[in-house]
Write a protein that binds this ligand. Structure first.
Ligand code: UGA
Length: 442
């Protein structure tokens, strides 16, 4: 099938590559010419495992094309994906200006019978608005708008798109389902469920999924506070809970809370949608609040451990919002960095991928490429991202380089026994502290 993709951010580019991999002919466009030039030269504008291979193979097999002219995407497209950004306004509402702009543009360029598919995460009712916009702009055009939300995770995006848990198609007419079933036939043939709903249900289901994941994390973080007050271990509690298949093990890790571009934004958007619809979604307000408290709780642990921050040196291990990405949008580590710097500490961070991006976001933040160098002279080390390499750190070497042997483990990644044996004062989240035997007055 001929497919157009508008917007080659994380979702658009992965979608374009994956659809080409499934055998479709894909034209991906973005107004950003530099990005398009980069893609044409075989490079990708951000880090995502396996994406460069996918894009390279597809470009060679003549099924994936890039252009900065939106007309190229609309020409001959049976399905036209909208993958543009959907930021939030200052009030937390979804900002849909870019989505509307694409709708207006597409109206004049698309062919009869085109299916316009929303991939951007949008509030319920967006497809209705798009329909109206397109009909106003191009009264004679026959078209269908469907919602086809994307559930890919950064760092896992290629696998999530080529082997998703489910595909969701929301349509209000038979043609929308018929076209989208043909598009995804190769995946459906592999046994991947395609769930069909009306458009508003599909739109809402994406926001609901992200908000539910956020709720699981906040539940774990509330339990962490309670575990600390009652002497229990939240990691073990999560293991016990997760063993129940109805609950599941994932997204129960307590720590610095959920960051990134999607979970915080989508949770807030869903809460605003509910508010505007006249429903007080109290649960979501708590999810957001608990997530803010998760960062405060870690900051308090640092302050409690080393007293005044002025003149102290704090080392942050991990700056990206999660492991496996260079993305620092909504990264809890950067919230901590700003706070500590404001309070007079000097802050140095280490991250396998996100150091440069972090420096550009936080004035006065220093970074080092070497974790041992980053902890040298530190009065406190805070683990902020669950990079697997931190589990393998030589904790004796770490301690020898620190000014005070204090580690706050904001992601519960280190082994408490090893930390204690290395003589560290080890302060994890929601589990008992360990006090090794190093001289804390060093
Ligand atoms: C999220 C969703 O997981 C995807 O399904 C969705 O498609 C995507 O948003 C989107 O809307 O585009 P992503 O933003 O890549 O994906 O990040 P997640 O893997 O969900 O992690 C979000 C945050 O939660 C990270 O800061 C992570 O460290 C934190 N987290 C995750 C926890 O604090 N505890 C956990 O147990 C799991």
């Amino acid at each position: 099938m001929n497919v157009g993709v508008i917007g080659v951010g994380h979702v658009g580019l992965v979608t374009a590559g994956a659809l080409a991999e499934l055998g479709h002919r894909v034209m991906a466009v973005d107004l950003n010419r530099d990005k398009i030039e980069l893609l044409r030269s075989g490079k990708i504008p951000f880090y995502e495992p396996d994406l460069d291979d996918l894009i390279a193979v597809q470009a060679r097999t003549d099924r994936l094309f890039f252009d900065s002219d939106p007309r190229k995407a609309a020409q001959d497209a049976e399905v036209l994906f909208i993958c543009v950004g959907r930021p939030t306004t200052a009030t937390g509402d979804a900002s849909l200006t870019a989505v509307e702009a694409v709708g207006r543009d597409v109206a004049h360029r698309a062919g009869a019978g085109v299916v316009i598919a929303e991939k951007s995460t949008v509030p319920p009712g967006t497809a209705d608005r798009l329909r109206l916009t397109i009909a106003r702009e191009e009264p004679g055009l026959a078209f269908t708008v469907v919602a086809n939300p994307e559930f890919l995770r950064e760092g896992n995006a290629v696998r999530d798109t080529l082997r998703p848990d489910r595909i969701v198609v929301g349509s209000d007419d038979a043609r929308g389902f018929e076209v989208m079933r043909r598009l995804y036939k190769p995946l459906v043939d592999l046994g991947i469920p395609l769930i069909e709903t009306d458009v508003r249900t599909a739109e809402l289901s994406k926001l609901a999924s992200n908000a539910f994941l956020a709720a699981k994390i906040s539940f774990a973080n509330s339990l962490a506070r309670l575990a600390e007050l009652t002497g229990a271990d939240v990691v073990k509690i999560a293991e016990v809970m997760g063993a129940d298949t109805r609950i599941g093990t994932s997204f129960l890790n307590a720590g610095l809370g959920f960051g990134g571009y999607c979970l915080p934004k989508d949770t807030q958007t869903l809460e605003r949608i509910a508010q505007r619809a006249g429903y007080d979604f109290q649960l979501l307000r708590s999810v957001i609040l608990v997530n803010e408290e998760a960062i405060t709780a870690v900051a308090s642990k640092v302050e409690e451990a080393i007293w005044n921050l002025e003149g102290k040196r704090i080392s942050l291990l991990g700056l990206a919002f999660k492991a496996g990405t260079e993305d620092v949008r909504g990264a809890p580590a950067l919230v901590l960095a700003r706070r500590f710097i404001e309070e007079g500490a000097s802050v140095i961070g280490h991250d396998p991928m996100a150091a440069a991006a972090s420096r550009s976001m936080v004035p006065h933040l220093e970074t080092s490429d070497d974790p041992y160098e980053a902890v040298t002279g530190a009065h406190c080390v805070v683990v902020c991202t669950d990079w697997p390499e931190y589990r393998r750190l030589d904790l004796d070497r770490l301690r020898e380089r620190m000014a005070y042997p204090i580690v706050v483990d904001g992601r519960n990644v280190l082994d408490p026994d090893r930390a204690e044996r290395a003589g560290l004062t080890y302060l994890p989240i929601g589990r008992p502290a360990r006090h090794g035997e190093a001289n804390q007055g060093d």
